[in-house]
Design a protein around this ligand. Structure first.
Ligand SMILES: [Ca+2]
Length: 95
């Protein structure tokens, strides 16, 4: 399982009252999650390597208007290398 963190800049407009994040995996939308307008840390989600992921964030203002969607699309891939191994080299004798 690969976990991704989602963040967003604060809304530009002062009348934004909510933001809604939708994660779609391989064409299937997960349950949208709503946040307060000033939320910039939008949490984490997990997917499997090779999944095609679309992350969409929409802001809503106090009149009910919705922004154009901010969208990021990618294929999940493990790009995190292993931690370097611990290596010990010790002087053992003199000849
Ligand atoms: Ca407005």
């Amino acid at each position: 399982m690969l976990f991704y963190a989602v963040s967003a800049a604060p809304p530009t407009d002062k009348d934004v009252v909510a933001r809604t994040l939708t994660v779609t995996v391989n064409g299937e939308a997960r349950e949208p999650v709503s946040f307060a307008a000033d939320t910039t840390d939008l949490g984490e989600f997990g997917v499997i390597e090779g999944d095609v992921v679309v992350v969409v964030l929409v802001d809503t203002d106090d009149a009910g208007n919705t922004s154009a969607p901010a969208e990021v699309t990618f294929t999940a891939a493990d790009t995190i290398p292993p931690v370097a191994p611990e290596l010990g080299v010790t002087l053992v004798r003199e000849e």
